[in-house]
Ligand binder design. Structure first.
Ligand SMILES: Cc1cc2nc3c(=O)[nH]c(=O)nc-3n(C[C@H](O)[C@H](O)[C@H](O)COP(=O)(O)OP(=O)(O)OC[C@H]3O[C@@H](n4cnc5c(N)ncnc54)[C@H](O)[C@@H]3O)c2cc1C
Length: 404
């Protein structure tokens, strides 16, 4: 097991500073424009790919850090630059997490590189679980996957909603129900490769925040994929379904396994937004004069900043702890992954709101970035499990009681 240290090593600080440079030089200056345009920021993703940030190797190296911290540092810096652009760069990694959680080694080798493509031929990927009637309750998915034995193909039908990169992705990972009577235990994950017929984008959503990140419905109509696109393979699925029919315990559910492994990373992004707002409002409070003195000289403002910094640091520590626990395979006995995402998301909402208050009217207008940070922060209490669902997971873990 890797020892825990509060000091980052040289590799980690070098990586963090390098990504910070990209966030400061490329993301920050472009953030306002792409928030207004509300479109996928291809030139920014291209720039990230040219520098090697949008690539399978970069992601693989980051997650290979035995302390678990490198990926958290990257996500905090990118979201500090801009959360919407960060999601555009990192959205494909949600599909990667789905493939890594459920795919065989051969499937991982085949599909993961196709989530990013190359700098000259960029690809996007999407991970589609949520449906109009199945959000927090992922066990009630209606999208059906039916096996056609004659052709060794799976046929998918259904509608997914709120999908990051949905419909514009080259590759989609879709979670569907194979045996509805088994609810969550009757589900499986499928890769829909580029060029497959029967998959299309439905409505594209206009959002409150992270507007540079594309969010849309994905419609599947008699979408036929080869049998080898079932992640984990048919034998493993048949075995799992048989166990579920007999009422035996399952090791994991397809969708839940993926979300568990990505939660501290979501928290790290929230920390990045919160830090941006904290730093900006601290500088502003020292500059802005009212009643003949800097506004920070008033306890009413200074104490806000003290609380913001305290919540920011606490959030980061929870994120780092959860990432370290995941990397060292320490058991999550109290929902520590959920805790990190929950606390960081709520801290980001609170800190960005206080930042608006510190800037007064300047905090409320689009010429300044603070109102955007508040809009961006809010999604972190909703996606990848709402705050209420995180509290459910934590309270069940600490009590052993099936809290509803
Ligand atoms: C911008 C954006 C990007 C997204 N990206 C993706 C993606 O890439 N892939 C994907 O699959 N999904 C994605 N999602 C979906 C996201 O994960 C869901 O929106 C989220 O899980 C909540 O589901 P819901 O919106 O249906 O809300 P609901 O589940 O309907 O919840 C509504 C409210 O009820 C509360 N609630 C529900 N059940 C309980 C309970 N048992 N106890 C207490 N409170 C409860 C919730 O906490 C919430 O406050 C994205 C969403 C957004 C907005």
């Amino acid at each position: 097991m890797t020892d825990f240290s509060m000091t980052l090593n040289e590799d980690q600080t070098t990586l963090r500073d390098w990504v910070h440079g990209f966030a400061a030089d490329v993301l920050r200056p472009a953030a306002h424009e792409w928030d207004e345009r509300e479109e996928t920021p291809w030139p920014i993703i291209e720039e990230a790919a040219k520098l090697g940030i949008y690539s399978v190797d970069f992601l693989a190296n980051a997650v290979a850090d035995p302390t678990g911290l490198s990926f958290m540092l990257i996500l905090e810096e990118l979201a500090w630059g801009d959360a919407g652009l960060c999601m555009s760069i990192m959205g494909s990694s949600l599909a990667v997490a789905g493939i890594m959680a459920n795919g065989t080694p051969a499937q991982q080798m085949e599909w993961v590189p196709q989530c990013f493509g190359t700098p000259d031929d960029l690809k996007l990927a999407a991970f589609a679980v949520t449906e109009p009637d199945a959000g927090s309750d992922v066990s009630s998915l209606r999208t059906r996957a039916v096996y056609d034995e004659a052709t060794d193909e799976w046929v998918l039908n259904g509608t997914k909603t709120w999908i990051t990169n949905g419909g514009i992705a080259n590759l989609h990972v879709v979670v569907a129900s194979v045996e509805p009577a088994l609810a969550g235990r009757g589900q499986a994950s499928f890769v829909i490769p580029e060029g497959t017929a029967g998959i299309r984008m439905g409505q594209k959503f206009q959002k409150m925040g992270i507007r540079a990140s594309h969010t849309a419905e994905v419609v599947l109509e008699d979408c036929r994929i080869p049998g080898r696109c079932l992640l984990g393979g048919k034998d493993k699925l048949d075995e799992r379904l048989a166990r579920a029919r007999e009422g035996k315990k399952s090791s994991s559910q397809a969708a839940m396994a993926t979300f568990e492994s990505t939660r501290p990373g979501v928290g790290a992004q929230a920390v990045g937004i919160a830090r941006a707002a904290y730093e900006y409002s601290l500088d502003y409070a020292k500059e802005r004069k009212q009643f003949g003195r800097a506004i920070i000289e008033n306890q009413g403002i200074a104490f806000k900043l003290a609380d913001m910094k305290m919540h920011l640091d606490a959030a980061r520590l929870l994120v780092w702890r959860a990432a370290w626990m995941a990397a060292t395979r320490a058991p999550f006995t109290a929902g520590e992954g959920s805790m990190s995402k929950l606390f960081a998301g709520e801290a980001a909402v609170k800190i960005t709101e206080e930042a608006i208050q510190i800037l007064g009217g300047y905090g409320y207008v689009r010429e300044y970035p603070v109102e955007r940070w508040h809009r961006d922060a809010k999604i972190y209490t909703i996606f990848e499990g709402t705050s209420e669902i995180q509290r459910l997971i934590i309270s069940r873990a600490i009590s052993g009681v099936h809290i509803r």
